[in-house]
Design a binder for this molecule. Structure first.
Ligand code: PRP
Length: 215
């Protein structure tokens, strides 16, 4: 039997996904140890788990370097890839929102060449230009996006809001909601054909655990 490889978005999503894999008997105790290793093997179930940067998960899965991926919907929306999105895992829930100073609430439509800073330029452009028909100037950032309106780099940001704590502590508000987000289970298209049974077995077990957790 060949190994099935799972690409996990490093961080909290990987931890939550590994808890579910453990519940379905696919365990890799070694991952719980403090280590800088990036690849872990479960010999019993012929599974490999690799830890990758969230934005790279769809790349590993599309090219078949991983058969399965666990990644946030934000990453999938930003960088649309040729893969199957199988399950909404229901964890890692948060939203994508336009945020900025409270005085801009309900005023964005009237600003010409609104400057929008974001780690998600494609999501931001789709929202403003396609959905709202508003031309904007995108400023691509890689993190600490909340800083941009505070130092005059942009008028607003498009970013993830989870608890709202980062916004609050930096004096910013949610101005408009863009979409809801959560972790997703994605599968390489060829792997799905070649290993349908093993992959669908994992998908079903994941769905059952998610259902149990919701009840
Ligand atoms: C994310 C996001 C927000 C923050 C939202 O940042 O970009 O900054 O979390 O969470 P909250 O609503 O619970 O405060 P992340 O931690 O990924 O860091 P970075 O974007 O600055 O790299």
């Amino acid at each position: 039997m060949d190994y099935l490889t799972v690409a996990l978005a490093k961080g909290r999503l990987a931890e939550m996904a590994m808890d579910i894999f453990a519940e379905i008997g696919m365990d890799c105790l070694e991952m719980k140890e403090k280590t800088r290793k990036l690849i872990f093997t479960d010999e019993k179930n012929k599974m490999k788990f690799i830890l990758v940067k969230a934005s790279d998960v769809p790349t590993y899965v599309e090219y078949g370097a991983a058969d399965i991926g666990i990644v946030g919907k934000d990453t999938l929306l930003e960088d649309s890839r040729n893969l199957y999105e199988m399950v909404d895992l229901g964890f890692g829930k948060c939203k994508m929102a336009v945020c900025g100073p409270a005085e801009l609430k309900d005023k964005l439509g009237g600003i010409t060449d609104l400057r929008v800073a974001s780690k998600y330029p494609n999501i931001a452009l789709r929202y403003f230009q396609d959905e709202k028909g508003q031309t904007i100037e995108i400023i691509k950032l890689n993190g600490s996006v909340e800083l941009a309106p505070l130092v005059g780099l942009s008028d607003v940001i498009v970013d993830i809001v989870e608890t709202g704590k980062t916004l609050k502590e930096n004096g910013l508000d949610v101005l408009e909601d863009v979409c809801e987000l959560s972790a997703r289970f994605v599968v390489n298209k060829v792997s799905m054909k070649m290993e349908t049974e093993r992959i669908m077995d994992i998908v079903t077990k994941f769905q059952n655990i998610i259902r149990e957790n919701e009840e």
